[in-house]
Ligand binder design. Structure first.
Ligand code: SIN
Ligand code: FE2
Length: 217
């Protein structure tokens, strides 16, 4: 299958917005990878279904999640962690599709992180009303590597704060194809997603899908 990764017309519609030193939104960056992304997503969800996990405090998350790559992010009553095995199936997570790796590496490079080597991709699915409260991504061993976060489907408001939970947060609307990259001085900044409003997107229906690439180990 031709991935059509370097369609000039698509790439010329990409622009970036800096949130703070080390954090950028690459508008429309994922659009040229789109058909291959959706084909890969369907295969992953068939092997490792989306599920609502439970936090250590006993809350069921409103966001449904699954993973691919060498490690998947999981939470249960025992805590948050990266695991090589999907606790639902007892099997390894599906391999990171080539188009996912390429998208993540290209976006990181575009944002100035040339050596990004993701080994984990958390896949979040948000229906209307789902949210993700402010948190830091700090379960990864090497915080020298950035986070690359791809938005697909219906829009969301991304909250991006500072190094302290109390810091003021920016509210950024993310739409289909936008990619956020944060690393360096912004790597441990607090972030989250406001409750999603009802909407419809021709490719995802009434949900938002977010791919978050990390170097977990
Ligand atoms: C995350 O922080 O894991 C996901 C953020 C998003 O859904 O954009
Ligand atoms: Fe996060």
């Amino acid at each position: 299958m031709s991935l059509n990764l370097f369609d000039d017309a698509e790439q010329s519609r990409v622009w970036h917005e800096e949130l703070c030193p080390g954090a950028l939104v690459l508008r429309h960056f994922a659009l040229s990878y789109e058909p291959a992304i959706f084909a890969a997503l369907d295969e992953i969800a068939a092997q490792t279904p989306f599920r609502h996990m439970v936090t250590p405090g006993g809350f069921t998350m409103s966001v449904a999640m699954t993973s691919c790559g060498s490690y998947g992010w999981v939470t249960d009553r025992r805590g948050y962690r990266y695991d090589k095995v999907d606790p639902l199936s007892g099997k390894q997570w599906p391999v990171l599709p080539e188009v996912f790796r390429k998208l993540a590496e290209d976006a990181a490079a575009r944002a100035g992180f040339a050596d990004f080597a993701p080994d984990a991709c958390l896949i979040n699915r948000y229906a209307a009303g789902a949210r993700l409260s402010l948190h830091q991504d700090k379960d990864e061993r090497d915080i020298g590597q950035p986070i690359v976060s791809v938005s697909l489907g219906i829009p969301a408001i991304f909250l991006f704060g500072g190094a302290c939970r109390e810091d003021k947060t920016q509210r950024i609307q993310l739409t289909h194809g936008d990619v956020v990259v944060w690393g360096g001085p912004a790597r441990l900044h607090f972030h989250g997603i406001s409750p999603l409003k009802e909407a419809h997107h021709p490719l995802t229906g009434d949900v938002r899908i977010n791919l978050t690439f990390r170097k977990a180990t």
